[in-house]
Write a protein that binds this ligand. Sequence first.
Ligand SMILES: Cc1cc2nc3c(=O)[nH]c(=O)nc-3n(C[C@H](O)[C@H](O)[C@H](O)COP(=O)(O)O)c2cc1C
Length: 177
Amino acid sequence: MKNEAILDTIYARRSIRKFTEESVSDEQIETLLKAAMAAPSATNAQPWRFVVTRDPERLAAIRKEMPLAKINAPLAILVCADLSIFKRPIVERFWTQDCSVASQNILLAAVGLGLGAVWCGVHPVPLIEKRIEKLLDLPVNVKVLNVIFIGHPAEEKEARSQYNSQKVYKDRYGEPW
Ligand SMILES: Cc1cc2nc3c(=O)[nH]c(=O)nc-3n(C[C@H](O)[C@H](O)[C@H](O)COP(=O)(O)O)c2cc1C
């Protein structure tokens, strides 16, 4: 299936940090989460769990715990992983990759819905992890990767790819492409 629109979406995705007050609908949230759960995961374990909040007090509390993410958005999705589902430690160790691809799908789906979003890192910064775990009352077996703030954009950023041929090597590392 050839579809250039996906490339436009990939380039159009930018970190949006300014939002209007318009809220994100239940339907839009479900679309974002469907996109998230369409992601690949190691052994298809799907360890992802999502804490979704539109509660202004909750959003303010999250903002307070995130030193690098003072972002005023009408919606936050916290991408978490339930490690208790894993029987083998080797697969458990892929939870960050699993949750990262799900997160990227949320960011891309947001573009498709005309929304803006920004990924704000929690893991692997122990201080922020601890703060968010406490705030969300997470069970010990649940990890949190990030907070994705989402809303209707109040800023515009240009689409771009950041392609740099000097970061590409031919056949062996260091050999120019
Ligand atoms: C793992 C990760 C952590 C990030 N953490 C933050 C953050 O705490 N606060 C923030 O404003 N942006 C955060 N970002 C967004 C980056 O700053 C942004 O992706 C980068 O500057 C490139 O800009 P772009 O997303 O518009 O392409 C994070 C992105 C990633 C992938």
